[in-house]
Unconditional design. Structure first.
Length: 384
C-alpha cells in the first residue's frame, strides 16, 4: 500500500472543506450554540438585579435583553435549517453522547427569556403580562420535567459514557427543570395569592429535584477528578457548571420565601411561618453559597493553570451562566443581611461578568471566522 495515501486523502479532505459553504457549515450547528443565549439572557437578568445601579443601566439591560431575543431567534432559525436540510440530524443530535447533553441549553435559554420578560416587561406593561408569564411557567415546568426524564433515560440506554469522561455537563439535563424555582422566585411576587402559592410549591419541588440529582452527580465528578485529574485545558471552562446548582438553589430559596403570600390559605392560620421560612431560606442559602464558592475556586484555579493551552469551545460560555447565578445569590444574601460590603462585592462580580461575557463573545465570533467551530470534526456532533 502507498504510504502517502492517507496524507493525500487528508489533503483532499481539507481542500474539499476549504470550499464549505454556509449550508455545509450549518450542518454542524449544534445545540451547544444555545449556551450563547442562555448566558446573554442571564447577563440581562443580572443587570436588572445588580444593587448599585447608575442612570441608564436599565436601558442597557433592556438592550441586552432585546439583543438576546434576536440571537435566540437566529439560533432557532439556524438549527431548524440544519434539521430541515438533514432529516436524520434531529434524532442523531438527541442521542449523540456529547451533543445531546447540550439540548437543555435551549430550555435554559427559554428560562432566561422568561426571567427577562419579568424583569423588563412587567414593570412597564399591563396586568395581562403576569398572566402570560404564569402560563409560560407551567408550560416550561411540564416540558423541562419531560426533558429531565426522557434525556436521562436515553443516556442510560444509549451509547454508554464512562466515569473517566464524566464532566459537570452530565448535570445539564436536570438543570432546566431545576430553574423552575428560580423562575418561580421572580414571578410569584406579581401573581395573585391563589396563583402565587402553586407556583412557589412547584418551584420548591423541582428546585429540590434538581439540586438532589446534582448532588448525586457530584461524587462521580469528584471521583473522576481524583482518579484521572483535571480535564483537558480546552474543557476546563465547563467545570464552572458545577457552580450553578447550589447557587441557583440559594437564590431560588431566598426569592420564593420572600414571595410567600401572607394571610392566604396555610399562611392565614400560621402567620409566623413566613418569617421562619425566610430565615431558614437565608441560612440554608448561605450553606449552599459556600459549596458554590468552593466549586468556583476549584474551577477558576484549574482554568488559570490551563491558560495558554486553551482553544475556544462553546463550553467557554460556562464562564458566564453559572456565575450569573452565583453573583445573584451573593447579591440576595447581601440584601437580606443588609450588608453594603457584600452588595459591593456583588456589584464588582457583575462588572467581572460583563467583562467575561465580552471576552467570550469576541472569541466566539473569532472562532467562527477562523473556522475553529462550525466546521467538520470541530463541533459537539463529531464522532469518536
Amino acid at each position: 500500500m502507498d504510504a502517502t495515501a492517507p496524507d493525500e486523502h487528508r489533503q483532499a479532505s481539507l481542500s474539499q472543506n476549504a470550499h464549505l459553504g454556509v449550508r455545509g457549515r450549518l450542518h454542524h450547528f449544534t445545540w451547544a450554540w444555545f449556551t450563547l443565549t442562555m448566558s446573554t439572557g442571564g447577563l440581562a437578568v443580572l443587570l436588572d438585579r445588580t444593587p448599585h445601579k447608575f442612570r441608564g443601566l436599565i436601558t442597557i439591560g433592556t438592550i441586552v435583553f432585546i439583543f438576546n431575543l434576536a440571537l435566540f431567534l437566529c439560533l432557532v432559525t439556524a438549527i431548524t435549517i440544519r434539521f430541515l436540510l438533514n432529516p436524520n440530524a434531529l434524532r442523531r443530535s438527541l442521542i449523540h453522547p456529547t451533543e445531546s447533553l447540550f439540548f437543555p441549553c435551549f430550555w435554559l435559554s427559554m428560562s432566561t427569556i422568561i426571567l427577562g420578560i419579568q424583569a423588563y416587561g412587567v414593570p412597564s406593561s399591563g396586568p395581562w403580562l403576569p398572566v402570560v408569564l404564569r402560563v409560560l411557567f407551567w408550560i416550561y415546568v411540564a416540558c423541562t420535567f419531560l426533558v429531565a426524564v426522557v434525556q436521562y433515560y436515553i443516556l442510560f440506554t444509549g451509547e454508554h459514557l464512562t466515569i473517566h469522561s464524566m464532566t459537570p455537563a452530565w448535570i445539564l439535563p436536570v438543570f432546566p427543570v431545576m430553574l423552575s424555582g428560580t423562575i418561580a422566585s421572580a414571578l410569584a411576587a406579581d401573581q395573585p395569592p391563589d396563583q402565587a402559592l402553586p407556583i412557589i410549591v412547584a418551584g420548591i419541588t423541582f428546585q429540590g429535584l434538581g439540586i438532589f440529582v446534582s448532588m448525586l452527580m457530584y461524587p462521580l465528578y469528584l471521583g473522576r477528578l481524583m482518579g484521572d485529574g483535571l480535564p483537558a485545558p480546552d474543557l476546563r471552562p465547563g467545570m464552572f457548571i458545577s457552580v450553578g446548582p447550589p447557587a441557583f438553589t440559594c437564590l431560588a430559596l431566598i426569592g420564593m420565601a420572600n414571595s410567600l403570600p401572607s394571610g392566604y390559605n396555610f399562611f392565614s392560620t400560621h402567620p409566623y411561618s413566613i418569617e421562619v421560612l425566610q430565615t431558614m431560606a437565608l441560612f440554608i442559602g448561605c450553606f449552599l453559597w459556600a459549596l458554590s464558592f468552593w466549586f468556583f475556586c476549584i474551577s477558576a484555579i484549574s482554568c488559570i493553570n490551563g491558560i495558554g493551552h486553551m482553544v475556544f469551545h462553546l463550553t467557554w460560555w460556562a464562564f458566564v451562566f453559572p456565575n450569573v447565578g452565583f453573583t445573584i445569590a451573593t447579591i440576595d444574601i447581601g440584601t437580606q443581611f443588609q450588608s453594603q460590603g457584600v452588595l459591593w462585592v456583588g456589584s464588582a462580580m457583575t462588572i467581572l461578568i460583563v467583562i467575561i461575557w465580552c471576552f467570550v463573545f469576541f472569541h466566539h465570533v473569532n472562532a467562527v471566522r477562523r473556522r475553529k467551530i462550525l466546521w467538520p470534526g470541530r463541533d459537539e456532533d463529531k464522532e469518536g
